[in-house]
Design a protein around this ligand. Structure first.
Ligand SMILES: C[S@@+](CC[C@H](N)C(=O)[O-])C[C@H]1O[C@@H](n2cnc3c(N)ncnc32)[C@H](O)[C@@H]1O
Length: 198
């Protein structure tokens, strides 16, 4: 199975990995979920230590967290606004007995970033400003919500200590506070690796 292969450091295609998800959500994978390869790169940068607590801001069906928890020893938490996607993520974690991953059904506005050491952000609020990105009718295209969510995440990240790491994917640099230094950039400038400098 895909998770066992990742644990054994064997490469897995996205098609194979996505087969752990129910068919009705697999169609979202290409546009909305991070690929296995990029998830691995991001997870390795964020997982500095076995006790590192990593938060995925808008985790969907948990692809990034599930891959990260399979290929590192750090702990991954995904927070997701959609109940059905959160349930799928939790089912996968249970099915593959992944002890270093948790999923929370919540709005990001109710999450305090204090308990986390590192963060992954894949453009979670796009659906609020781009109707063509909507997976269903749950999230209204509302510019005011977009501004509130982004500001909340920005302010929480600003409060973190020097050395805090973030990986952002297809996410405008305006989401990341100026106090974070860009350490590297890859995949044609879509994947950014940050560390808090001051
Ligand atoms: C682009 S997907 C990324 C999924 C996952 N991080 C990955 O890389 O595979 C963004 C997710 O953010 C969720 N989301 C949007 N607004 C949110 C909010 N305010 N609080 C929590 N999750 C939210 C969406 O439901 C969607 O599943």
């Amino acid at each position: 199975m895909a998770i066992d292969k990742l644990r054994a450091n064997i490469s897995v295609s996205d098609e194979e990995f996505d087969s752990i998800f129910p068919e009705e959500v697999r169609e979202f994978s290409n546009r909305h979920y991070t690929s296995v390869y990029i998830s691995q790169r991001a997870a390795v940068f964020l997982a500095e230590h076995a006790h590192t607590q990593i938060l995925d801001i808008g985790s969907g069906t948990g692809k990034f967290c599930l891959v990260g928890a399979s290929c590192t020893n750090a702990h991954f938490t995904g927070v997701e606004y959609r109940k059905n996607q959160n349930q799928i993520a939790q089912m996968c974690a249970d099915r593959f007995a992944l002890a270093n991953v948790s999923f929370i059904y919540s709005n990001i506005l109710d999450i305090n970033f204090e308990q986390f050491d590192a963060f992954y952000i894949f453009n979670p609020f796009l659906e609020n400003i781009d109707q063509s990105a909507q997976m269903d009718q749950l999230i209204d295209s509302k510019n005011s919500d977009y501004v509130i969510f982004r500001q909340y995440v920005h302010d929480q990240l600003e409060k973190k200590k020097i050395g805090t790491r973030i990986v952002s994917y297809y996410t405008g640099s305006g989401q990341i506070p100026d106090s974070y230094a860009l350490k590297k950039s890859s995949f044609g400038g879509t994947l950014h690796f940050w560390e808090k400098a001051n």
